[in-house]
Ligand binder design. Structure first.
Ligand code: PLP
Length: 630
């Protein structure tokens, strides 16, 4: 476990159990009431076709853990409640979840349900997100906020106004000044008194990767001049009382509480100015940015780590707002945050299989092969070989390598000219591998082929180089004897993972065993990855199961299981019509051999074609094969 830093990035939810497997502690602790869930048991139950009551789902697999989601939400809430109580702050905290982090229906529904007792709401940034947020919040607490961010057209604004008519606690946050006229006009037309917020462009700048949208030149929000114009216009149309919320977002993964307090303090000043200018201000919405420590280093210098806890984050926010408001004698506002990453990252684990590992293929050259090999070499190459052997006898390793390279190059040239056969070229490759291995310069890193698409399932690694903890989910009771990088199924050289947390260029891994399977997990990827993933090579999303803690004899229950998209499903996304394609191919099968083939053989071909459309695009070998899981 120490090898993979699980205790650092995984605590308190993930740990290695007595069987050497990674287990989940959904509530952060293992007690009699809250048992741990062994990830290998989940894999066995859902993917092993031989398992009694098994679901036969194909990997890759996302395991969703709603209990972890609940714990994250409650931890965030109690961190703020504690800070509010401890500091004597005179208003409450009321967060929203930005659905863009993971729009999965069951994730959003769970958040609304778990957060309902403390008025936890939703944030939307587009029209479909607003539609889903509206329908989910119908089952939530009526006081929960529905924050409408993002660039808006008339249709978006009308929809947000309709949400208000439906008694959802909706706030239209102006992202651009031009949106104001639409809000004024449409609210009159629809006879709704809107609640308006404004996104301010702060001067405070977050310098990490995720901060490129912050600062004066950032992409979003209103400048000081624009804010003043909005206030004036609202006043002119007698709607200044509608302006009730101030929003800002410094960027995701805010590295330190110092930067956080700086930004929140600046925003609190703007908030107080808006109060002074006559707006009916109620809420300060501090956006997202609460970070995740992906490598467990607690560093304030890295994009994948943060140097604070939930409690320290909440305490800094409350303190920064309180001190500005107290100095300006302004009533404390309700504090809203839009934490996405911090809520959903831990709740899902992506499980996939390593299906093979590249090995050194030095052929064991027999005496006979050897003689055949040397005899067949052209004169100069034979001389290189003689020099290589002499250097090896004298223990002159550098010279050995030199002659091996020279020999290889000469043979490649000869092969290109057509004067050397493939067997000779293979033998030379083998000899050179043997030399580098013998003198210890061979690359010790193997390539493990994984049944996964990096583009679909870990797009941020490909797109922005973000690192996630990736580790085997079993065999932690055995010392890994290899180091490896991971290469995915796509026909794309970028489809590989060769950087790992801790600055490592390879991962300690176990040797693949003859009939065993090697399961790996990508952790902390519950935010953004599913929404950003693409369809490169038409590999669709993984299968998904929802696994809850249960009180019965087993420590968990699978409460939902959805196979990943089939080949037909992913083809449909690209406008192909699988049903028509199938008919065309079936027809072709019937017409073959002048239509003389038997009905039975035609039916067999048709059902094999149908299966191909029906199955997932990933390698089927693992799930279909009959190896037993341990
Ligand atoms: N709110 C806004 C406006 C955002 O742009 C983002 C993401 O960048 C978030 C909230 C969520 O941020 P995070 O995932 O860092 O909590």
């Amino acid at each position: 476990a120490a090898l993979y830093r699980i205790d650092r990035w995984g605590a308190p939810y993930f740990a290695v159990n007595a069987s050497g497997n990674i287990s989940v502690r959904p509530y952060g602790t293992a007690t009699m009431a809250h048992q741990e869930i062994d990830l290998m048991k989940i894999v066995k139950k859902v993917s092993d076709p031989k398992h009694s009551g098994g679901l036969g789902l194909q990997l890759p697999l996302i395991v969703r853990l709603p209990d972890v989601l609940k714990n994250r939400l409650e931890s965030l809430q109690s961190a703020f409640e504690f800070a509010v109580g401890a500091q004597g702050y005179k208003a409450h905290y009321q967060g929203v979840y930005p659905v863009k982090c993971n729009q999965d229906r069951f994730v959003v529904e769970d958040i609304v349900r778990f957060g309902s007792p403390f008025r936890f709401g939703l944030e939307a940034g587009s029209k479909p997100e607003l539609l889903l947020a509206m329908s989910c919040l119908c089952k939530g607490n009526p006081e929960s906020l529905l924050v409408c961010n993002g660039f808006k057209d008339a249709e978006y604004i009308s929809l947000a106004l309709v949400a208000r008519k439906l008694a959802l606690n909706t706030v239209i946050v102006l992202e651009q000044e031009e949106e104001l006229d639409l809000v004024i006009d449409l609210s009159r037309k629809l006879c709704v008194r809107p609640v308006i917020g404004m996104r301010a462009k702060l001067r405070t700048k977050h310098s990490g990767h995720f901060g490129s949208t912050s600062g004066e030149k950032g992409k979003f929000g209103l400048t000081t001049t624009q804010i003043l114009r909005v206030v004036k216009k609202l006043d002119q149309v007698d709607m200044l009382d509608c302006l009730q919320l101030l929003h800002f977002h410094i960027g995701s993964q805010i590295p330190s509480t110092a930067l956080l307090a700086d930004g929140v303090g600046e925003a609190a000043q703007i908030y107080c100015e808006l109060v002074r200018l006559g707006a009916d201000m109620q809420v300060i919405d501090i956006g997202g940015g609460l970070g995740i420590d992906y490598d467990g280093s607690k560093s304030t210098e890295s994009d994948i780590s943060v140097g604070y806890s939930l409690e320290e984050y909440a305490s800094s926010v409350v303190q920064a707002i309180q001190s500005v408001c107290d100095r300006r004698s302004v009533k404390h506002p309700v504090i809203c945050s839009e934490s996405g990453r911090a809520i959903v990252s831990h709740h899902s684990v992506l499980i996939f299989e390593a299906v093979s590992a590249g090995t050194y293929e030095s052929p064991a050259l027999s005496q006979f092969d050897f003689q055949y090999f040397v005899d067949g070499l052209p004169d100069e190459a034979r001389a290189d070989y003689g020099n290589l052997s002499a250097a090896a006898l004298k223990g002159e390793y550098e010279t050995c390598l030199l002659y091996a390279d020279q020999l290889k190059q000469r043979c490649v040239d000869q092969f290109k000219e057509g004067s050397l056969g493939m067997e000779h070229l293979a033998a030379v490759d083998g000899l050179c591998d043997m030399v580098s291995k013998a003198i210890g310069t061979a690359d010790p890193v193997r390539t493990y082929h994984v049944n996964l698409s990096v583009f679909t399932s870990i797009p941020d690694f490909w797109g922005i180089g973000q690192l996630f903890p990736i580790v085997p989910i079993h065999r932690h009771d055995q010392k890994p004897s290899m180091r490896g990088i991971l290469s995915d199924l796509t026909c794309d050289s970028d489809g590989k993972i060769d950087k790992f947390i801790g600055g490592e260029a390879s991962l300690p891994l176990h040797e693949l065993e003859g009939n065993g399977r090697y399961y790996m997990g990508m952790f902390l990827g519950g935010a953004y990855e599913e929404a950003l993933g693409g369809l490169h090579n038409l590999f669709g999303g993984p299968s998904v199961v929802r696994v809850s803690q249960s009180d019965g004899p087993h420590s968990f229950a699978v409460t939902r299981a959805v196979p990943g998209p089939s080949c037909g499903d992913v083809l449909r996304v690209m406008q192909h019509e699988p049903e028509l394609m199938f008919e065309t191919l079936k027809h072709r099968a019937e017409e073959r051999d002048g239509g003389r083939s038997s009905m039975a053989s035609n039916a067999a071909l048709a059902s094999s074609l149908a299966r191909s459309f029906h199955n997932m695009p990933y390698l089927a070998s693992a799930a279909a094969s009959s190896c037993s899981l341990t």
